[in-house]
Design a protein. Structure first.
Length: 84
């Protein structure tokens, strides 16, 4: 009789170890996917940052061209209207 009980405990132990290994493999896979997604998001953010810097530089250049060629002054340097 004690042998049957030992076999049952061994079976339960094996089943629990197998379940833990399965969970570990799933979590390892999920972490890998999250790491890849984070790397892609960081690369996209860096690309967006560079595009924004270029757009701001272009806007500054355009503003300089517009206000240097005509007699008007740069609206950014004008005081606010009286109702403010």
């Amino acid at each position: 009789m004690p042998q049957a009980e030992d076999q049952t405990l061994e079976f339960q132990f094996d089943r629990r170890v197998t379940e833990l290994e399965s969970r570990f493999a799933f979590q390892e896979h999920a972490i890998s996917e999250l790491s890849d997604a984070l790397a892609a998001a960081r690369a996209e953010a860096e690309g967006n940052r560079l595009l924004l810097l270029r757009a701001l530089e272009d806007l500054k250049n355009l503003r300089g061209l517009l206000y240097s060629s005509d007699s008007g002054s740069d609206p950014a340097n004008e005081p606010p209207p009286p109702h403010y």
